[in-house]
Design a protein around this ligand. Structure first.
Ligand code: ADP
Ligand code: MG
Length: 270
């Protein structure tokens, strides 16, 4: 290209970019301005078609929106900590690695399937539930995390205010609800019924992740009633992956105290 026409192209380009700045702000997509400018010279030099250039610019905007959307969903989820799947040490729980990797791809959410994580304290149930929740947020799902006790408090408040049906309908708009520490404290009968309603209202509509230190056989004691517990477990596990974590507490590893009563020692290299 002759120097003259190249200069003209630059001037026209600068005019066009001004217009892009205006249009991008009208679209509330200010990153388009930045990407349009940054990619323009590169596109000319690399001989991109107009379509390729447009796609590259829009791609930057969409990627940035998805990332900031995920951050908003993660912040709104109420996680106790932000532990990710990537931070999990599989040497401690090799048996569940593949299953968790499959779940982290998010397919269970579109099928409204559930996940139940069982196992003794410190084996990574909360960590994995949180990690799956963060992955779900990245896949575009709204997520809420709380302990079973906190869920019951929330549902009890809604029930007392006469807005339980509204609250359950509102919660159904969340693709994933995580109930941590089922069985940590037993429920009163009213609480058990409210919890049952939460489970029923999501059945085949939206996913739940439950974690518990107790095997299912111990849930009757938690819900104060074998029949309520059985009906609930039936709905939860009808479409669910149930993962059982094993071994000693990860918190106590390397402390020389992995021989606490009731904690079976595990063969590890450390
Ligand atoms: P649980 O909910 O089963 O009682 P947590 O998920 O709270 O256990 O785990 C206890 C602590 O140990 C957390 O800080 C967690 O991040 C960590 N942890 C547990 N298992 C692992 C693991 N396999 N890899 C990395 N960190 C782990
Ligand atoms: Mg926990």
């Amino acid at each position: 290209m002759a120097t003259g026409s190249r200069t003209k192209a630059k001037t026209d380009g600068a005019e066009a970019l001004k217009q892009v700045t205006y249009l991008a702000s009208a679209l509330k997509a200010p990153r388009i301005t930045e990407a349009a400018g940054r990619l323009a010279d590169h596109a000319r030099d690399a001989g991109w078609t107009h379509e390729e250039y447009l796609a590259a610019v829009l791609d930057r905007e969409v990627a940035a929106r998805n990332a900031s959307g995920a951050q908003l969903r993660i912040r709104a989820a109420g996680f106790g900590s932000r532990k990710t799947i990537e931070e999990f040490d599989w040497d401690a729980q090799p048996a569940v690695r593949q299953q968790i990797a499959a779940l982290a791809s998010g397919g269970f959410l579109t099928e409204a399937r559930n996940v139940v994580l069982l196992g003794p304290p410190g084996t990574g149930k909360t960590h994995l539930a949180t990690g799956l929740g963060i992955a779900a947020a990245h896949h575009g799902h709204r997520v809420l995390f709380a302990t079973a006790v906190d869920w019951v408090t929330r549902l009890t408040d809604a029930h007392r205010a006469g807005r339980l049906p509204n609250e359950l309908a509102r919660l159904r708009r969340y693709g994933l609800i995580i109930v941590d520490e089922v069985g940590y404290l037993p429920f009163e009968q009213d609480a058990a019924n409210l919890f049952f309603q939460l489970v029923s209202s999501r059945y085949e509509h939206a996913s739940l992740i439950l974690t518990s230190n107790l095997p299912f056989s111990g849930w009757g004691g938690v819900f104060g009633d074998q029949a309520v517990a059985a009906a609930m477990i039936d709905r939860v596990v009808h479409h669910a992956d149930v993962l059982t974590l094993k071994g000693a507490s990860y918190r106590l590893r390397n402390r020389g105290i992995d021989t606490l009563p009731s904690i079976r020692t595990q063969d590890t290299a450390d």
